[in-house]
Design a protein around this ligand. Sequence first.
Ligand code: NAD
Ligand code: IPM
Ligand code: MN
Length: 363
Amino acid sequence: MPNIETQPISPLRLSIMPGDGIGPELVASAVAVIEAACAADGTAVDVTEEPGGAGVYRETGEALLPGALDRLRQAHGILKGPVGLPDVRKPDGTEAGLLGGLLRIGLDTFANVRPIRMLRGVDTVMKFEPGQIDYTIIRENTEGLYLSRGGGVRNYHAASDQMLITRAGTERIVKFAFEHARTRNGAPRDGVRRVTCVDKSNVLRSFALFREVFDEVAASYPDIEANHVYADAAAHALVVEPDRFDVLVMENFLGDILSDLGAGTVGGLGMCPSGNIGHGASYFEPIHGSAPTIAGRNLANPTSQILSAALLLRHSGHDRAAMRIEAAVEESFADGSIVILPAGGPEKGTESVTAAVLEHLQP
Ligand code: NAD
Ligand code: IPM
Ligand code: MN
């Protein structure tokens, strides 16, 4: 059968949100890489900027400008930098410049896809070889403990936040996780396609519902192994035997914590991209924050943002450009063009990473 390739959309309407702290320098790096990779395919890129975050909150009293969600929905792809500044806070003590609630709930991007991969040539704290750590955390993105955001109860003496798990919300994220497992090659240790349910159903009823729904959905995927690990044991296993894992699905707050733990095993936060995926709009960002103490000093590792750009391109039908970027990143690390220092920053600076990836892009 002939291999019929559809032509990627051109121009690609790209909406960027540079964000706070290291966000603008990371997004600039990723946009340069997107433009070069797309140019090789004859795809033009039409970039528009949508402000958002703590800086915007400080100026306007809101973290997004009016009409932002509608404008974002018009884009073919949304690339977001990290946002937030720890001193920009609301009277209740929480940060004011964050966008998780506004964008994840506003765009209903229910699946937060966080691949954790150890690349060749990256120095890590682990004894594992590249290829032995290659799993994806599927973090539920619209409910769980985070649904209490902006709510909860607080007075001088006490505060309470409540976790909500719904059957519908759990069904859609668990189905997403099993479908995602079908696109992968299984766990590095044994090549078995596997989805692991991570919860604390030994203690909390909310997690017991999550697990019950997981088991029901798993029954309709006989081709994929399903298992369970409690969240505390999962934190341990992700450090001592990460090669057992293929896809892990979990509640929002657990996914937040375990994905940063995973990053710590593969060379640091600056190595890890993510996609916030919905049935409508989706957006792509590093898993880390705005790292304000290193902002504007050419110290940050932009790999997380560049790999987020690759996820964006694949999601919007630009597979060849996505593959080119991933290959360029991998080769740049493998041949020593990029070296990440133990503190997490690139040896020769943020811009040297961009330059190395651009040089390694295959036409
Ligand atoms: P952080 O992820 O910004 O930083 C944690 C540590 O990792 C710091 O030492 C930082 O310097 C380092 N680091 C992070 N990214 C790096 C990179 N690309 N290269 C090199 N080093 C890197 O977490 P934090 O300090 O807890 O939070 C800072 C701000 O970011 C807060 O306002 C927080 O709320 C916000 N935040 C935003 C997002 C997001 O927008 N998606 C995610 C997490 C945190
Ligand atoms: C993340 C971040 C966000 C979260 C914050 C900044 C709202 O840590 O995307 O992992 O907790 O979800
Ligand atoms: Mn986080």
